[in-house]
Design a protein around this ligand. Structure first.
Ligand code: ADP
Ligand code: ZN
Length: 768
């Protein structure tokens, strides 16, 4: 314990403090805000009784304790209870807040592992695991119930009381159920005044209980039951592998590498049915974007009791789901990343669909990756973890190569459907062509025309929202940028505004250059809104729906757009990467990628991998029905290995090109990475602090046995965001534990000035 922490406790002994040599019942408490570290508090007798259920203090419940010299009342998590002689005078726990444990012992161990692995205070990890709705007991309220103590009851006839008070007391003494003050007052036809007087005299006692407010908003499962498909040969083999792992009763991680449309979901469902038949529960993690009604309906059609945890849930709904899950009332939990913490009592298996998706990584503390948390949990509980993807992350692929994960290949689509043919259009040549105008090349326009004419539907992807992606003055060359982020502003036509996509800063779209006042300021760079206009102009006989974060702000709009497309009311679906994944529309006969290069040249070692994944995934949206399908990819880099491999649906070719490059540069999956970002409003101070830290880290790293490479510091690719300058450094080593230890050492040694903050990201996904 550091000196700072100790000083919080060494205050003058208060009368209630106990002798410090005897064995005492001690609770270890951590805080999510306030001081870091673990603190011991004495458990007073009333919180030790096992028969005092609601009040008994055990790990996994929250408490209120006094903190610091002022004995400020603060909420903390109890993480351990033990008998010990602490040798110090301890303060006492003041109150136990939760009527039951919020976390099992296994989940507490998981939290400890996360705190250690991700270098994050345990209290913050616990806040990240337990939804706010659960912590605040959303959907319940406290009521104060009145009762008459027995010694008062015995003497009631002897009491001399004003008339109303006597009436109220009589009512309470004879009532069949406990009443609140308002209820008694209503029955006695008086104000709460007499009730309060009785309470002050000690003739009436009050106790606080929590009751549910309102009714449950979780309805019954109304989706019609579906008859399962007969499995394809690939599916049969894959299912056998998963079931084999389940019956082996020890943990295994299986990586299902199945091309788009190979029928992975059917395998998940069959495997879960097996787990459920043994009275166990299954957790399915999907990217938030895939929580479409279509996916959800597939699970609802096969299980009776499904909990869907999506981001539009209210706190109350989340709390209700948590309760049902913890009581074992749910068979299957489907949700985004945080569903990995679902408190199922008998876990049977965990499934991560689209395991390569970057949304499985949380970008605020605790910065965990759901795949790694799922792995820890599955291992701890001795159950299989199933990862599925058409484009596995190189991290998982490498684990399969070295035998840590079991690889299951599904190279064919179901019903012997072919993967679509992909044609690339070289935009460099198109630029010079007199025949193309706008952003849709002539060959792509022809393909769209043909598909629509034949009654098919078309998906067009452009991974940039807004109308024009930058606004530049041709006279002085100035680009209109965000004053807080230094990023170019995007023009949005509906609102006639220029918006920063990083901080939402917004101004009226300028008609002249803000610097030199030149009137011919130019709007350029293509966004989805402009593409939508172009599509409407060129294909006026067809309906186009657009899907991007701008159109999807209202809950339900996602569903409305997809329904219109599925029902054939719209023939063209246009959008950002959110339309690239998971959708299964058999009538889509053409997919067009407007610009495959948008992510290719970002300063991120995963840029090629992301591009490969995105193009492969969006290509997989077609050819899912009897009509077949084709893909047209427009690119300025038709020879780039990631694009070549994607157009051939050749995952292994991509890995054969990319893995040696990663190994050479000592990047994951061959090393582990820790990234530290320093942020501050003063550019110079922030840079100096980053410099100083890096020096300390390098010095300690050099003295270390393991080879640890420290890179940086340098301005981050996004060098300024929301008014803060950003510098970053990276540490690379094959031994992530060694890096973490060094970071701990430096953190203890170097003190950060108030004006600079840092974030530590273990296994970072965001490199910008
Ligand atoms: P993936 O997730 O591998 O891309 P899906 O699980 O979405 O593939 O399956 C693609 C489509 O094939 C879905 O419409 C699904 O209902 C259907 N399907 C799955 N398995 C079979 C099967 N054995 N026979 C016929 N159709 C199937
Ligand atoms: Zn901004």
């Amino acid at each position: 314990m550091s000196d700072r922490q100790r000083s919080l406790f060494e205050t003058d002994p208060a009368p209630w403090e106990v002798d410090d040599r005897a064995q005492q019942a001690v609770a270890t408490i951590v805080f999510s805000e306030g001081p870091q570290g673990e603190f011991d508090y004495l458990i007073p007798p009333e919180f030790r009784e096992a028969d005092n259920g609601e009040q008994m203090l055990e790990p996994g419940r929250r408490v209120e304790v006094p903190l610091g010299r002022g004995n400020r009342r603060i909420t903390g998590y109890c993480v351990a209870v033990e008998l010990k002689s602490s040798g110090r005078r301890l303060k006492q726990v003041l109150a136990v807040l939760d009527p039951a444990r919020l976390l099992s012992s296994a989940m507490l161990r998981l939290a400890r592992w996360m705190a250690d692995y991700y270098i994050c205070p345990l209290g913050q990890v616990l806040d990240g695991i337990i939804p706010a709705g659960v912590r605040h007991q959303a959907g319940t309220r406290e009521v104060k119930l009145l009762s008459v103590p027995t010694q008062v009851l015995a003497q009631m006839t002897k009491l001399k009381l004003p008339k109303k008070q006597a009436e109220v007391l009589q009512l309470l003494a004879t009532s069949a159920k406990p009443l609140t003050a308002t209820q008694v007052a209503a029955q006695a036809e008086c104000t709460v005044g007499p009730v309060n007087s009785l309470r002050k005299k000690g003739l009436v006692e009050e106790s606080v209980v929590r009751v549910a407010s309102g009714s449950s908003s979780i309805g019954p499962n109304t989706v019609a039951r579906q008859v399962p498909h007969d499995l394809s040969d690939d599916q049969t083999v894959a299912l056998e592998r998963v079931l084999g792992a389940m019956h082996a009763r020890e943990h295994q991680t299986l990586l299902i590498h199945g091309v788009t449309g190979s029928g992975k979901t059917e395998i998940y469902i069959r495997a879960m049915e097996e787990a459920v038949s043994f009275g166990r529960q299954a957790i399915v993690l999907v990217p938030e974007i895939s929580l479409t009604p279509q996916t959800v309906a597939r699970f609802r059609a096969r299980f009776d009791r499904v909990a869907i945890l999506h981001s539009h849930l209210s706190d109350v709904e989340r709390h209700q789901h948590w309760g049902r899950i913890a009581r074992g009332e749910v068979e299957v939990v489907v949700g985004a990343r945080s569903a990995v913490f679902a408190p199922v009592p008998h876990l049977g298996m965990i499934i991560l669909d689209e395991e390569h998706e970057s949304t499985f990584k949380q970008e605020v503390a605790p910065r965990y990756h759901a795949r790694d948390v799922a792995r820890w949990r599955a291992r701890e509980e001795g159950v299989p973890l199933v990862l599925g993807s058409a484009t596995p992350s190189l991290e998982s692929w490498q684990q399969a190569q070295v035998g840590e994960f079991q690889l299951v290949e599904m190279p064919r689509r179901v019903l012997a459907r072919a993967l679509p043919t992909v044609n690339t259009i070289d935009l460099r040549l198109q630029e010079h062509s007199r025949h193309s105008r706008g952003s849709i090349s002539r060959p792509l326009a022809q393909a769209i025309q043909t598909s629509l004419h034949d009654g098919g539907q078309v998906i067009l992807m452009l991974n940039r929202r807004g109308y024009s992606t930058h606004i530049q003055c041709p006279q002085c060359g100035g680009v209109v940028i965000c004053p807080h982020c230094d990023m170019s502003l995007t023009f949005h036509r509906q609102t006639n505004s220029a918006i920063c996509h990083y901080c939402e800063y917004e101004i009226t779209a300028p008609s002249e250059c803000p610097d030199c006042k030149f009137g011919g300021i130019r709007y350029s760079g293509l966004g989805t809104q402009k593409l939508e206009d172009e599509v409407a102009a060129r294909f006026p006989d067809y309906v186009c729906v657009r899907m991007d974060t701008d159109t999807m702000r209202r809950p339900g709009s996602h569903q409305a757009a997809l329904t219109a497309f599925r029902e054939g009311e719209a023939q063209i679906l246009l959008g950002t990467q959110m339309i690239a994944k998971g959708l299964d529309f058999p009538n889509v006969t053409l997919v067009g990628v407007i610009n495959a290069d948008t992510a290719l040249h970002l300063p991120d070692f995963r840029a090629a991998e992301r591009t490969f994944q995105l193009v492969t995934q969006v290509a997989g949206r077609t050819g899912r029905g009897e009509k077949g399908g084709q893909v047209v990819v427009q690119t300025f880099s038709p020879d780039h290995p990631a694009i070549v491999a994607a157009t051939r649906h050749d995952y292994e070719a991509f890995t054969q090109h990319e893995l040696p490059a990663r190994e050479f540069a000592k990047y994951p999956p061959f090393t582990s990475l820790v990234r530290i970002v320093f942020r501050g409003e003063d550019e110079q101070i922030t840079g100096l602090v980053a410099e100083e830290y890096t020096k300390s880290l390098s010095r300690i790293a050099e003295a270390h046995d393991e080879e640890i490479r420290v890179r940086g510091p340098a301005p981050a690719p996004f060098a300024k965001l929301r008014g803060c300058y950003r510098f970053h450094l990276q540490m690379q080593s094959t031994n992530v534990a060694a890096i973490r230890q060094i970071v701990f050492e430096v953190a203890a040694e170097v003190k950060l000035p108030d004006k600079v903050t840092w974030t530590i990201d273990v296994d970072p996904v965001d490199m910008l």
